[in-house]
Structure formats: C-alpha cells, structure tokens
Ligand binder design. Structure first.
Ligand SMILES: *Cc1c(COP(=O)(O)O)cnc(C)c1O
Length: 639
C-alpha cells in the first residue's frame, strides 16, 4: 500500500487563506486533491486565488502509526474557570512553577506555528518567533466517511486538532500542548499530555474573539531541540481510531431557565416589569390595600355590582342549590337550568335570538373567532382591539387585516381588496385602553355592503353605554351587528363571557367553538351572580345613569385643574408618555390614598404610557373632585 502526502496552501493576494494536509492511499489521491481545492475555494476568509498543492510519496517504513489520545471534556461556566482547570492540569504534570504559560497562551502574538517552550532553560526556543514551529506530515488513518481521503471540504476542528495533539504529545521531549483555536466561533480549546490525554476545555474565550495560540511545552534535558523540531516537521504520522466527533456534547448543557431570567432583568431595566398589587378586601369603591383603605379608581366593576349584596347573595344561593363546581363541559354533564336561564337573559339583554356562555371573555373571543373563521377567511380587525380578539384571529389561521383605529374609510378600502371572501369584521365596542366608542352604524353598514359578518366586543360597553346600559346598539340606536360578544366580569361583577347572535350562529358555535367544547362549564356561583347583576341593573336604572353622570363630572373637573382628558365612557385615559413617569405618578396617587394604575407597553404602544382611570356608578362627587385635584398635583410633582 503506497501512501502519499498531499499539502495544500492557499492564499488570496498575498494573504494566507487556508492550509491543510492529508496522508492518503494512492487510489484516493484525486478525491483528496479535489476536496482540498474546494476547501481553498470556499474558505470563510475569502476565495483563494493561488493554491499550492504538493504531492509526495511516503515510504511505508517511514510511517509511524499512533493511537489517538483519549478524549475527555471539562466544561466550565466561565472562561476564568476553564483556565483554572488548565492550570490544575499543569500542576498535575509537575509544572506548577510554569503556570505563567497560561498567561502566555492568552496573550501570545498570532502566528502560524506554535511557541516551543523549554522548561529546562525557561525560555522560548522556536527558531522563528514570528512564525513558530509547525507540525506537518500527519493525518487520521480513517476518514469519517470510512475511506482515507476525507473527501470533505468542511474543516473538522476537533479531528484535526486531535491528530495534531496526538503527534505533538508523542514527540520526544514534549510534555504537553496548550491550545486556543483562532476561529472566532470556536471557543473550545484543549490541554493535551500523555498523562491526561486530550482534554477539551470550554469556554476559553468569548464568541467572536479571534485570538488563538498554541504552546508546546518541552524539556530539552529529555531530547534536544533539533530532535524535537525534526520530529514535528518531518516524521510522518498516521493516527488511528480518531473519533468523528467528541463523544461528549459540544458544550455544557445550557441552563434552560437562563433566557427567562435574562428577559426579566431586561424588563426591570426598562421599567416594564410587572408585579401584582394585593387587595385585601372585596372589589368595591374602597379596597383594603397595605393596611389602608384606598379609593378604587381602576376597577372594571363599573356598576359596583361585584360587591352588591343581592349579587353576592345570589352567588351564595346558587352554590347552595347547585354546588361548587359544574362537573363537566356543557356538552357532557355540565349543563344546568342555571346556564340556560342566563343565556336566555343575555340574549334578551342584547336583543338577539340566542346566546352561548364561555368561561371568560378571553375564551369567548378565542372560541367565537377561531370557530367561525378558518385559513381561507379574512378577519378585519381594528388596530386597537383587545388582545383576546387578536389571539382568536391568530388561532383561526385566517388572514388578519388590521385597519386604522375606528377609521371606516380605511376599513372599506380593505374590505374592497378582499371582496368575495368569507370574512369577519371585529371591533371593541368601547376601546379598553382609550375608552372611545366604535362608529357602529357605519361598521354594521360596511359589513352588510361587503357580505361579511360583523362582531363587537362589549366588555366595556355593557352597563356603561346606552340609556339603560344595554350597550352600543342602544347607545347608537342603530342596526345591530351579527355577533355581540361580552363579558360577565366587568359591569356585571361576576365572571364569564358570552356571544349573542342568531340561533344559527349560536348553534354553530356550540358545535365548533373549542374553548366552549373543551372546558368545564362555568360554576354555579358566577352564573347566579351574573343573573342577579343583570336584574339589579334593570331594577336600579339609576346605577347606569349615575355612572354616566360621573364620567361627565370627572372629565370636567380634570379640565378645571388643567389635565387633558376626555371620554364618553367609564374609562378615562390620562396620557403621560414615558413609562417611568407614569409609574411615578401612579405611586404618588397611591401614597395619597387613590388607586389608579399606570398602563404601559405592551398593553399600549411604547412611549404612550398612561393613567387609566375607571369610574364607578357609586363614586361620589367629593371623591371625583379629590381625585381630579390629586392627579393635577401628581403631574406637577413629576414634571
Ligand atoms: C376584559 C376584556 C376581555 C376579556 O374578558 P374576561 O372576562 O376578563 O376574560 C375581552 N375583551 C375586552 C375588550 C376586554 O376588555
């Protein structure tokens, strides 16, 4: 069997690009030359314009056969820890007085070859300190592909390094090799010795750092310098049993929680980290917070029904009659007369043929939109719609076409573009962060004109707008959209969501809305409470009227104190801008006994942080006056 040495050196201009060598059988010569040329032509440092290939026969008798060093890995958390491991290994080799070599490795000037360090004289003995000593005439006996040509243009750092280290460590007079790769993306280096084998160390540098270095530690009392250099440069070596890849993973297993910790740190830095305030009493006009009674100016319980005695009693009575939980989905065992009664009541409230309940408003939007729409449909969605609408649209896989906020002209242009497709136009009736109202008459007319379904989300409209609090249709005195979605959790002081629509659409949703089908139905307490809340709203019409009166009064008082604010609904946004400033103002208000939250990104756009004041029917004029004045003061304090 004749073996040939092939050496390739490639440059571009007069810059070195790539160098490699092989020791192959005669039959594999052309394959190897092809692979080496490819490598020179596709190198990360640039396409070579000069490739020098040298082919040389090797006498079989000259050839030394070595077994690859055993491989192990030591992966640390930090670069410093990796170098500490390297130093420990040096000590184990009796080189404790030469740990300064680690520093040399980290700082040595870049060169093609290696430092040859003699511990007998404590000096560098490589003849050319700019070039270093080179190691040549070596290869793995078996290529990873199972033939000796290694016909691949991909550089395999690990295999090449192991072959080199095996030759170096077998060189007379050499005790160990230290190496950091100069590849900026390869942070794994090694220490090799007869005692330890080939020990991979990582990380030895940060990703992106192109510093590299190699030190051969020798003892000229064991072999003289010429013998050492001759072996490294001239003796032909084939290394056997070189593994394709290290048996151990490329790096220490990542901490799977680390990315989340990092994100939380980042949120904290940007004043976007969220924490929860703990209320120590029921949700009403005043709540216990940190041992203090604070005025609640932030609740969605607009009619103050969550704390209404009749509502609470109805919840308790429902539990006593129907139990604590419902025990099943509506389609299995979890349907009761109470569910059906509430659905009838809701259909009546919204003047629709039928209604279907969901466990929350969020689940209602998810189920309705993803139930009605599919991947061939178009969902037209206001840019300020609630997250649950956005999520429902995403879940449906429909094409989502976002139109400008409450801009019916923009909506029409978009409807025109997609004419003839199955579609749904969906909008908040009252927008949850700005408190403004949808242009319902045009919205419904556009849906009719373009043959798509129309749907409104009345989470903040029920109990708030319309003379008797029925919602936006009552407020606008116009034709109703196809679907009216709402929640029981805001004005109605309970929990749950619903859709009101034609019998056909409701039957369809009962068959297709997955958040309806695959979740245990609402519990009796929330059903009883919601039913009672609707009745209270009807029996005490002053609640809705008081709420609407409070809105007018409060906006007027804010203006009196010089604070810009305007809203036709119970949500009154007071724009601040910067996230930190909004937080500071909210803190000031809380210190003075008034709870108003700062609303920030991602709930609203970055740089449009605001206070979101929410009024209740039961707030008194004195309380509203006090709050308006305090907000003006808070702005002045944090100007
Ligand atoms: C609160 C809200 C919902 C979600 O209702 P929940 O019953 O709280 O899940 C949906 N849409 C809008 C506009 C909301 O404000």
């Amino acid at each position: 069997m004749s073996i040939y040495s092939i050496k390739m050196r490639a440059s571009k201009g007069n810059k070195h690009v790539s160098g490699a060598e092989r020791m192959v059988e005669q039959k594999d010569i052309s394959k190897s030359i092809g692979a080496l040329a490819e490598r020179a032509l596709h190198h990360g440092l640039g396409q070579a314009d000069f490739i020098n290939l040298k082919l040389e026969a090797v006498e079989p008798a000259e050839l030394q056969h070595l077994e690859a060093l055993p491989v192990s890995s030591e992966f640390a958390d930090t670069i410093e820890e990796s170098f500490a491991i390297m130093e420990t290994k040096l000590k184990e080799l009796g080189l404790e007085s030469f740990t300064g070599l680690v520093e040399l490795l980290r700082t040595v000037k870049p060169m093609r070859g290696a430092v040859l360090y003699d511990i007998a004289t404590n000096t560098r003995i490589e003849p050319d300190q700019a070039r270093g000593v080179r190691v040549t005439y070596m290869d793995a006996a078996e290529s990873p592909e199972g033939n000796s040509s290694q016909a691949t243009s991909n550089k395999n750092h690990f295999r090449e390094a192991l072959v080199l280290a095996t030759k170096v460590v077998n060189c007379p007079g050499i005790l160990a090799e230290l190496c950091i790769s100069d590849d900026p993306l390869y942070v794994t280096g090694y220490i090799a010795s007869q005692k330890h084998g080939y020990v991979r160390l990582s990380p030895l540098k940060p990703v992106g750092d192109n510093h590299g270095g190699r030190i051969f530690i020798c003892d000229t009392r064991l072999a003289d310098k010429d013998t050492i250099i001759n072996y490294l440069e001239k003796v032909k070596v084939l290394v056997h049993s070189v593994p394709t890849a290290p048996a151990i993973k490329e790096s220490k297993p990542a901490d799977p929680v680390a990315p989340y910790t990092a994100t939380l740190e980042e949120l904290k830095e940007k004043a976007l980290y969220r924490t929860m305030k703990r209320m120590d009493s029921e949700q009403s006009r005043y709540v216990d917070y940190k041992g203090q009674q604070v005025l609640m100016m932030a609740s969605n319980s607009y009619l103050d029904l969550a704390a209404h005695p009749k509502v609470k009693e109805a919840a308790a009575a429902a539990v006593l009659q129907w139990g604590a939980g419902s025990g099943g989905s509506r389609l299995t065992t979890g349907n009761t007369a109470l569910h059906e009664e509430l659905e009838q009541k809701l259909a009546q409230l919204k003047d629709k043929e039928a209604a279907v309940l969901f466990n929350t408003g969020y689940m209602a939007n998810l189920g309705i939109i993803s139930g009605l729409m599919d991947k061939d449909s178009i969902v037209f969605s206001d840019e300020l719609n609630h997250a649950s609408i956005i999520d429902g649209a995403r879940l449906s896989k429909a094409t989502i076409v976002v139109y400008k906020h409450n801009d019916m002209q923009d909506l029409e242009e978009k409807l025109k573009q997609y004419q003839g497709k199955k579609g749904l136009v969906v909008s908040d009736a009252v927008f949850s962060m700005d408190g403004d109202i949808l242009n319902l008459p045009e919205f419904v007319a556009l849906g009719k004109k373009y043959g798509v379904l129309t749907m409104i989300d009345e989470a903040h409209a029920t109990g708030v707008v319309g003379k008797t609090g029925k919602g936006l249709v009552e407020h606008c005195q116009c034709e109703a959209p196809d679907i009216i979605m709402g929640t029981l959790s805001k004005s109605l002081g309970s929990e749950g969501g619903f859709a009101c629509a034609s019998q056909t659409l409701i039957d369809y949703l009962r068959n297709k809305a997955r958040s309806f089908i695959f979740s245990t139905s609402q519990s009796p307490a929330s059903l009883g409470a919601a039913l009672a809340a609707i009745k209270v709203m009807e029996q005490e019409p002053d609640r809705v009227a008081d709420l609407q009166k409070n809105v007018k009064f409060f906006c007027q008082r804010l203006k009196y104190y010089g604070v810009e604010a305007e809203s036709p609904t119970a949500i009154i946004p007071v724009l601040v801008g910067e996230e930190e400033k909004a937080l500071a103002i909210a803190d000031y208000l809380l210190e003075h006994g008034v709870l108003v939250p700062a609303i920030r990104y991602p709930t609203v756009a970055k740089g449009t942080a605001r206070l979101r004041v929410a009024l209740m029917a039961t707030h008194t004029e004195e309380e509203l006056e006090r709050t308006a004045k305090l907000i003006a003061e808070a702005f002045a304090e944090n100007a």
